[in-house]
Ligand binder design. Structure first.
Ligand SMILES: C[S@@+](CC[C@H](N)C(=O)[O-])C[C@H]1O[C@@H](n2cnc3c(N)ncnc32)[C@H](O)[C@@H]1O
Length: 301
């Protein structure tokens, strides 16, 4: 599964490309930049200054999202209980020894990553971190159901390349672990993913793009079960969906990925959805694209 090629992204940070999934781990514009603007800035971490939080990082990969999270939490002296899920140990094997990756963060991140690599575990006075190796669809069950997460990062390959981690059934399991005020954050702005999250009873928001244009209209999605509208602040990194984004959810692109027993192959999940799209009366996604002059999003490369 894991033939990986090193990629230098435009902001100078290193990433990988998976030959098996035929996709990059990060946007070529910058692995570090992507993590910071989509995941870290969106998390509103200052809420947890001096306090404790539970975080679940699904599709840990090289660990940029967790490393950036730890880096910020070290500075503000928060207490972290982190769980990570990942099918392949090779990306961590690469990142925990890569000096250009490690120099991006507080030296404690190096210790955490070395310990996760050797023992799947790290603990000190402030942080407790666990990583479970294997298919996230199965390994998520090891996490005690009593734990509710303040933040869930979902950073799988794009739904077309790795639909297994974007299905109704998997997302519904993930949702059970989200605390009432918790944020589920993903770079994906796929209509299927958004519609699924909304159908699971979550309020969904768009992560504001750095520069809004026809190609780059969103940086991803935040889903929250009980969002207090009074807490919306102008400096939040996310906002309500635009009319264009709402209309996207009325098209055939919003038909979900399904995986009833959580063990289907990629091919089966994609085929089932294509069949459902073929017989659907929903609006054509091309019509929506034409109306709004939009280009496809939600891919890493
Ligand atoms: C886009 S990359 C993750 C990027 C990552 N957050 C980082 O900082 O490097 C997707 C990751 O999902 C992992 N993956 C793919 N299928 C998976 C599955 N079913 N369960 C868990 N991890 C999976 C891949 O091995 C890969 O590391």
């Amino acid at each position: 599964m894991s033939e990986l090629i090193e990629v230098l992204t435009k902001d100078g940070s290193y990433s990988l490309r998976s030959v098996f999934f035929q996709e990059n781990f990060h946007s070529l514009l910058g692995a570090l930049g992507e993590t910071k603007s989509k995941f870290t800035a969106t998390s509103n971490l200052q809420r947890f200054k001096g306090k404790s939080l539970n975080v679940l990082d699904i599709c840990f990969g090289l660990g940029y999202n967790s490393a950036s999270l730890c880096d910020e939490l070290i500075k503000q002296k928060s207490y972290l209980n982190l769980y990570a899920l990942e099918i392949d140990k090779k990306p961590l094997e690469y990142s925990h020894k890569n000096e250009s990756f490690l120099k991006l963060w507080d030296p404690k991140v190096k210790k955490i990553f070395a310990s996760l690599y050797r023992k799947d575990y790290f603990e000190d006075q402030f942080f407790k971190c666990n990583i479970f190796w294997g298919d996230a669809r199965e390994k998520i069950n090891i996490i005690p159901s009593s734990i509710k997460f303040d933040l869930i990062y979902l950073d799988g390959f794009s739904p077309q390349k790795c639909p297994q981690v974007w299905t109704i059934e998997f997302l519904s399991k993930v949702r059970e672990y989200l605390s009432p005020q918790g944020y589920l954050i993903t770079y994906s702005s796929s209509a299927a993913v958004r519609k699924t999250l909304r159908n699971l009873g979550l309020e969904i928001f768009t992560i504001k793009p750095i520069f809004k244009n026809r190609i780059s209209w969103s940086q991803g999605t935040v889903a929250i079960s009980k969002f207090d509208k009074n807490k919306f602040k102008p400096n939040f990194n996310f906002e309500n969906l635009s009319l264009m984004e709402e209309e996207h959810l009325l098209t055939k692109a919003s038909i979900p990925y399904r995986d009833q027993d959580l063990n289907s192959s990629k091919g089966d999940i994609i085929r089932r959805r294509l069949d459902e799209q073929l017989f659907s009366n929903l609006l054509s996604t091309n019509k929506w694209r034409e109306k709004w002059g939009m280009t496809k999003l939600s891919v890493k490369s």
